[in-house]
Design a binder for this molecule. Structure first.
Ligand code: GAR
Length: 289
């Protein structure tokens, strides 16, 4: 029961939980030994003052010890975030400075998953909600896996999107990131999150975009056109499909024997490599304004 709670709270699997416990145990004992060794060098008699200094010393040594031990055990990111959280508690600084985003997706959610991993690794933003129009989409499982709130919407929620805007704002979400979301974003949502909605398209826009141009279909169209190059386009979202100003593009070659599957692989590599970083850059630029 306690393990299940911890896994949920820390968003880790059983193996990582075990390694985290090992890091706590090894970090704690190393810190105690080093602390005692240093106190031994001081020549002080064990007593009240000794204990006072010792406790102060180990509270300084503990973060260093666990961070060092977390590296070979592969838990550095967890402990770095853990210690940052403790420091924030002590200094009274709130997490609220970290921008919260919602990822909109209709498909399997591989980009959503990659964005979540990036956010957990870097702490540059938090994915606070997954929004989908498909209750059976793979992205719903991704939301469950990471214990992120999943909001399932229907056609009406989008045509009358005031409630959706409110729901997202109540969750303190300030950015919307589309990652394979099939529906058009209504103007209510665009106005509610003005200049803070980003989309990725798996081709070089303005070609191969628009209604129905989604996932594998896009790659089939690119190959059928005989183009020698494809890529990804990350752009601001307006009321039209795949239309707003371009933020970033990256390209790849379309080889003569390319199949939609192989092209999809190349595109996914570009998406994984660039999308989370571009999101983080957009957020950073807006925060500096
Ligand atoms: C991604 O390739 C994304 O670029 C594309 O849908 C895929 C979603 O895959 N988006 C569009 O086609 C938008 N017009 P995922 O669910 O595995 O992230």
């Amino acid at each position: 029961m306690m393990f299940t709670l911890l896994k949920k709270r820390w968003k880790v699997n059983s193996v990582n939980l075990f390694l985290i416990f090992c890091t706590f145990a090894l970090g704690g004992s190393t810190c105690a030994r080093v602390g005692k060794a240093i106190m031994g060098l001081s020549g002080l008699e064990v007593g009240f003052v000794w204990w006072l200094i010792y406790l102060f010393l180990i509270s300084l040594l503990w973060p260093i010890c666990v961070l060092l031990i977390s590296i070979p055990l592969g838990q550095f990111v967890f402990f770095r975030n853990y210690i940052q959280r403790i420091l924030r508690k002590f200094t009274g600084k709130k997490d609220s400075k970290i921008p919260k985003i919602a990822v909109f997706a209709s498909g399997k959610g591989s980009n959503a998953e990659n964005i979540i991993h990036f956010s957990q690794k870097t702490g540059l933003f938090t994915v606070s909600a997954i929004v989908t129009d498909r209750p059976n989409a793979g992205v719903v499982d991704i939301a469950k896996q990471f214990d992120i709130q999943c909001i399932i919407i229907n056609e009406e929620d989008l045509t009358q999107a005031e409630d959706l805007v409110l729901t997202l704002q109540n969750l303190d979400i300030s950015w919307l990131v589309l990652a394979g979301f099939l529906k058009k974003i209504p103007s209510t949502l665009i106005n509610g999150f003005a200049g803070k909605i980003i989309n990725i398209h798996p081709a070089l826009l303005p070609d191969f975009g628009g209604k129905g141009m989604y996932g594998r279909r896009v790659h089939e169209a690119v190959i059928a056109s005989g183009k020698k190059e494809s890529g990804i386009t990350i752009h601001w979202v307006d009321e039209h499909y795949d239309n707003g100003d371009v933020i970033f593009t990256a390209t790849c070659e379309v080889s003569p024997d390319e199949s939609p599957e192989t092209l999809e692989k190349k595109i996914r590599t570009l998406e994984f490599m660039h999308y989370p970083k571009v999101i983080a850059e957009c957020i950073k630029k807006q925060m500096l304004r």
